[in-house]
Design a protein around this ligand. Sequence first.
Ligand code: PLP
Length: 365
Amino acid sequence: MKVSNLAPEHVRAIAPYQGGKPISELAREMGLNEADIVKLASNENPLGMSPKAQMAVEDAIGDIARYPDGNSFALRDAVSQKFGVATNQIVFGNGSNDILELSARAFLSAGDEAIFSQHAFAVYPLVTQAVGATGVIVPAIAFGHDLDGFLAAITDKTRLIFVANPNNPTGTLIAKDVLYAFLKQVPTHVLVVLDEAYDEYLSAQHKSEAIHWLKAFDNLIISRTFSKAYGLAGLRVGFGLMHADVADILNRVRQPFNVNSIAQAAAVASLADEDFVQKSYAANQAGMMQLTQGLAKLGLDFIPSYANFISVKVPNASKVNQQLLQKGVIVRPIANYEMPDYLRVSIGLFSENARFLLALEEILK
Ligand SMILES: *Cc1c(COP(=O)(O)O)cnc(C)c1O
């Protein structure tokens, strides 16, 4: 017997997560110079990280021989102050991916159901399947979440609902009043994980108010990350905000040292650098304008996006993706999201966006 068959069926059935192709990998494959490659494939911050975070990282290196603070005391204090939640309402994760997984491990058993949307973030089915629970996929409406469809899909077995707002890879946003009305209708035996990885990229008018809703909904888990606008994707740090009783449960399945000491220091410094987040927001607005205007000029359809990426419909997406790679431009094909005609492009620096648009123009003409 193959040794892999010893793993349970629900584990063997998991389709591995496909990330954006690393720059070093494309350089090896195509014999290109790393410096000549543009990566717009993983929704990373093109401005890098806050200079304050960089200094904090350099400072923290001296202490690497020590285990990190398993309670993330300083970071907890900073998040508590910034977001106005009690310290016992915060759970830290190795990226917010960890918060999604902790939610599944804490609240889903084999046979339970978790609901999420078609075209929603790939991690929801992964963490659901890893614990032997059943994913219930609600068909999207115009690429967005159909929350009435979510309500209709709830059964006695439902324990978790994942809502991505904005969603990746579609960039769609659920209006606040619609989301609030939905939460009011979710029965109390179901937890809602509200994934707000891109909240910092929303305009003031659209920014989430869900933190205020925690008082009304004991079953709400809000997930946030330092990987996107804060520019710390490589360090892996995110957090969840929730009722203290829910936080207590998540902490029981959390690895004691899941957030490393350098990540904690960088996250504290990042939270204190509002200017950098504001600069990142402004750069993203400008880059989004540049890309949407460029794509429109090429006569291409795209899904209007509220995040730091945009999904564009191109004829022969898989072939175009290969041709972009040959030109040293990495974007993300999203056939695995049931969107085989689309490519997802992260908003980069002005010069990176221009490289992508020029390459695309050359390929399509
Ligand atoms: C990028 C992303 C995350 C964040 O992942 P991290 O583990 O925090 O790096 C979470 N949710 C969505 C929808 C994302 O696109």
